[in-house]
Write a protein that binds this ligand. Structure first.
Ligand code: SAM
Length: 284
């Protein structure tokens, strides 16, 4: 979609971008080409898009595959898309993605590819939910604020390291693809954006897909008190019975010792693989 085309759509259909929904519409054809190219989407793929807006990516993706679902929070935009953009087979759900259960947006097979020019104000919860619900997806492609990339790729010990980096790394390999200048959008955002992809590392897929919601709660609990020892941060989660049985901090200490991890470790020192292994062992 070229700049004039986007302006024309916005004028004709009286679409005023809603700041509260993080609406910045892509208007640079070359950037759109590059995003579609690195998304991996091909004929016959099953695709999920969060936040189609006025359809910059949507109108392209539907030319490649019809096995395609979009979720848009803004009802005005969802009706605009239904009436003017999307083809018959494309499914559009007008809802806040964060309110949807997986059953409400799934198709009859897994999503191969997920794509979103993510509204910045809800980047973290949207990415966490996408990963937790779709551990079997092949690749996720996101446009995020450039400054947020550090939180996605942070390693243990880094001040930005937290649940989002752990989940992304558990899911797969994060690549920063390219930066996007603010003039690629109407209206212009205040910051630079970056496109990232996360490729699934298949070895982890089946391991906790059944308990993925619980895994998210576990990782969040581990980072609930960053300055404290893991055993302190986790104590109420362990005693809550969420793991199916009460787990004492003594049990946790034994497990950490069997993994050669000091019992006074803090979450920020554990690798994403450590979190996954600790969780699996606590579940047994
Ligand atoms: N994909 C379009 C593009 O690239 O031009 C629009 C991107 S715009 C940055 C973000 C879009 O996400 C908006 O259309 C906004 O209404 C939608 N959105 C914001 N929060 C959402 C949520 N919680 N669930 C679903 N869509 C959301």
């Amino acid at each position: 979609m070229y700049r004039d085309e986007v302006k024309n759509i916005m004028n004709t259909f009286e679409i005023l971008p809603e700041q509260k929904f993080g609406q910045n519409f892509l208007c640079d054809e070359k950037i759109i080409d590059s995003i579609i190219e690195c998304s991996g989407i091909h004929e016959g793929s099953t695709v999920l898009e969060i936040g189609p807006g006025i359809g910059a990516l949507t109108s392209r993706i539907q030319e490649i595959t019809s096995d395609y679902t979009c979720v848009e929070i803004d009802k005005r935009l969802a009706s605009f898309l239904r009436e003017n953009v999307i083809k018959e087979n494309v499914k559009i759900i007008d809802s806040d993605f964060l309110d949807l259960q997986y059953d409400e947006y799934k198709r009859d097979k897994r999503y191969d590819y997920i794509i979103s020019n993510i509204p910045y104000y809800v980047m973290t919860p949207i990415m966490k939910k996408l990963i937790i619900d779709n551990f079997d997806c092949k690749r996720m492609t996101f446009m995020v604020e450039e400054a947020a990339v550090n939180r996605i790729i942070a390693s243990p010990g880094n001040k930005n390291y937290g649940p989002l980096a752990v989940l992304c790394s558990n899911f797969g390999i994060v690549n920063k693809e390219f930066n996007v200048p603010s003039d690629a959008f109407i209206p212009r955002p205040h910051t630079l954006s970056s496109v990232i992809t996360i490729d699934n590392s298949v070895n982890i897929v089946n391991k906790f897909v059944n308990d993925s919601q619980l895994y998210l709660q576990f990782v969040d609990a581990c980072f609930s008190q960053r300055r404290k020892k893991l055993s302190n941060s986790l104590s109420s989660f362990l005693s809550s019975g969420k793991l199916g049985k009460p787990v004492t901090t003594g049990d946790l200490a034994d497990l950490l010792s069997s993994m050669n991890i000091p019992s006074d470790v803090r979450s920020e020192a554990l690798t994403p693989e450590d979190f996954h292994l600790i969780f699996l062992n606590l579940l047994v």
